[in-house]
Design a protein around this ligand. Structure first.
Ligand code: GTP
Ligand code: SPV
Ligand code: MN
Length: 600
């Protein structure tokens, strides 16, 4: 029974039922009874079922579940992700493109009857707080209970989303997902931005199937934002409270697995804590940004939970993230400790369980297994945790208006060239800095790891239209915001010494850099003007408590601007920009010229 009178929803759902031919259709209302029944069903499946979830230790991890995906299906598949606009040019050189008609014709046979013998779940959800003027509604159709349970954590799922949509609106994103046979040869993650539609088939991995996340909240939403005067960005949002002062909000865009969740949940170093500094999490992955009535830029987190990287998460590196995962969390592709049905991953602690099941499902002695260099958890194994579990969740998390943004930070994994932190001269230069983000690739997407690639604004895999037009949109937003625009910075937590060791302690100590950034935003301190932007005066990065680790020599290295490396970077950028042709905004090539001139 449909949960809405909206004829646009009902017509589309009927069409998709006719196409996929499920044996049963269940509308997800979001009630606890319904979700509990689905959990019962999925944990009762036999061990060899691909859809199987396991309940974890009820005392240590109440309400937590565990799932394993197929080894061929553990990360986003960028080479099988498409943006299907009528004009090829509108998808741009950074996206795979296919004509929408052709793509529908190719995928329709794959979906034809694919849900025979299966149940279709109709999931209404809101991205953004229900009732927020910045929120948007989506409907995902799926044949996976795992998807329903994850969407329940990651979005505001259930009948309230339909109430928000109303009985007549056509403004909802149509998501069709089927795990089908989880066949990598026929795996497609396809976006039709002009139809508000997403089709995903033959995957069961998070980023490919939780269609509210990257598919809607970034790829489709970036396209909507361009047309409607707002921005959808791959950014965390945090609030920074200094003693006796108002909380200031910062957004930061880093590529996948480059530290957004960690920074969003940062615990300040002891000295700062004693003085009363606090960090609050608004979001850890995606920000929707729109000018508010006062002319400032406001941010909401469209999500309702965290789909975080498990490996490396521990009580020291990210205490708050670990706390988030202690109840009502779904773990995917981590290892199981069979003695007590708890979870383990590399970097959790130094005690891999002896009686373990590794992420592919083999029972192993974890100590021996890891001693041989094997990994018990997949490097891109994840937790799906409710935002409400987060000890430092911002009191503004559900504020429908969002939070005013003081600073935007870009960053990536760069062994050399990029200093610890610098500030752009203005919004246009800041847009250049964002366009120049490069980073070493990680396990978050399939393909080689550790290769330096361009990832403008950390949006290379997520921008739903031509990257040149996207930069033009950034520049337009800057013009609209004028002197109320956030200040734009760049950071690099990943600078290395000759032996490949990180020279900045990172994690909680990144607070020291945020501190400088906020002081710059508030015009409290001077900086050194260099060819690449404003750099901190060495004494302005507070190293008290880490003087042994970050000696003056190390600080020199962290803040160095090596002219030769930067000239190389300029040449590289010129080459990178070529592919955008006449859609590259003139203001950005002018910034590149100016940078080269300043380098001399
Ligand atoms: P996505 O969810 O894929 O978008 O990733 P993310 O950007 O949220 O990255 P996350 O915070 O999960 O961090 C990914 C990896 O980077 C983890 O292994 C962290 O331990 C590591 N990391 C995060 N912050 C720092 C840091 O300041 N320094 C160093 N060296 N590593 C860090
Ligand atoms: C990322 O890869 O940036 C993620 C995980 O946040 S996924 O949802 O798979 O995209
Ligand atoms: Mn991400």
């Amino acid at each position: 029974m449909s949960l809405t009178k909206n004829p646009n929803v009902n017509k589309w759902v009927d069409e998709m039922i006719a196409l996929t031919k499920p044996s049963k259709v269940v509308w997800i209302d979001g009630s606890k009874e319904q979700l509990d029944a689905l959990i019962e069903e999925v944990v009762a499946l036999p061990d060899d079922s691909r859809d199987k979830l396991y309940r974890l230790n009820d005392e240590k991890l109440p309400g937590c579940l565990y799932h394993r995906t197929l080894p061929n299906d553990v990360a986003r598949v960028e080479d099988r992700t498409f943006i299907c606009t009528r004009n090829k040019e509108d998808a741009g050189p950074t996206n795979n493109w296919c004509d929408p008609k052709e793509m529908y014709a190719k995928l329709t046979p794959l979906y034809d009857g694919v849900m025979q013998g299966r149940t279709m779940y109709v999931i209404p959800y809101s991205m953004g707080p229900i009732g927020s003027p910045l929120a948007k509604v989506g409907v995902e159709l799926t044949d996976s209970i795992y998807v329903v349970l994850n969407m329940n954590i990651m979005t505001r799922m259930g009948v309230a989303a339909f109430e928000n949509l109303g009985d007549t609106s056509d403004d909802f994103v149509r998501g069709l997902h089927s795990k089908a046979d989880v066949d990598p040869e026929n795996r497609y993650i396809v976006h039709f931005p002009e139809d508000n539609t997403i089709w995903s088939i033959n995957s069961a991995y998070g980023g490919n199937v939780l269609l509210g996340k990257k598919c809607f909240a970034l790829r489709i939403a970036s396209f909507q934002g361009k047309n409607e005067g707002w921005m959808a960005e791959h950014m965390l949002i945090l609030g920074l409270k200094r003693p006796g002062k108002e909380t200031k909000y910062i957004c930061a865009a880093f590529p996948s697995a480059c530290g957004k969740t960690n920074l969003a949940m940062l615990i300040p170093p002891e000295g700062y804590r004693k003085d009363g500094y606090e960090v609050f999490t608004v979001g850890d992955d995606i920000a929707w940004l729109k000018p508010g009535e006062d002319g400032r830029l406001y941010a909401i987190n469209p999500e309702n939970g965290f789909f975080g990287v498990a490996p490396g998460t521990n009580a020291k590196s990210n205490f708050n993230a670990l706390e988030c995962t202690k109840k009502n969390t779904i773990f995917t592709n981590v290892a199981i400790n069979n003695d007590d049905m708890t979870v383990w991953w590399e970097g959790l602690d130094k005690n891999p369980p002896e009686n373990a099941t590794e992420w592919k499902g083999a029972k192993v002695n974890g100590k021996e297994f890891t001693a041989e260099g094997n990994k018990l958890a997949h490097p891109n194994s994840r937790f799906t945790a409710p935002a409400e579990n987060c000890p430092c969740i911002s009191p503004e998390f559900n504020n429908p208006k969002g939070v005013p943004v003081s600073a935007i930070i870009f960053g990536g994994r760069r062994a050399a060239t990029t200093p610890l932190v610098y500030q752009s001269f203005d919004w246009t230069h800041g847009t250049y800095v964002g366009s120049a983000v490069s980073s070493e690739t990680t396990a978050a997407a399939t393909g080689a790891v550790g290769v330096l690639r361009h990832d403008p604004m950390a949006m290379k895999p997520f921008c739903g239209y031509h990257m040149g037009d996207y930069w033009a949109h950034w520049l337009e937003m800057g013009e609209k915001l004028g002197d109320k625009a956030p200040k734009i910075f760049n950071v690099n937590w990943f600078k290395q010494d000759e032996n490949g060791n990180f020279i900045w302690p990172g994690f909680g100590d990144n607070m020291r850099v945020l501190d400088w950034i906020i002081k710059r935003c508030e015009n409290e301190i001077d900086a050194d003007e260099t060819a690449i932007g404003y750099l901190p005066k060495k004494s302005d990065i507070n190293v008290s408590g880490i003087e042994d680790e970050v000696t003056p020599e190390i600080m020199d290295k962290l803040l160095a601007v090596d002219k030769d490396l930067w000239l190389k970077e300029v040449a590289e950028m010129r080459d990178f920009y070529k592919q955008f042709g006449d859609r590259l905004p003139a203001a950005l090539s002018a910034e590149l010229d100016k940078l080269e001139a300043r380098l001399g």
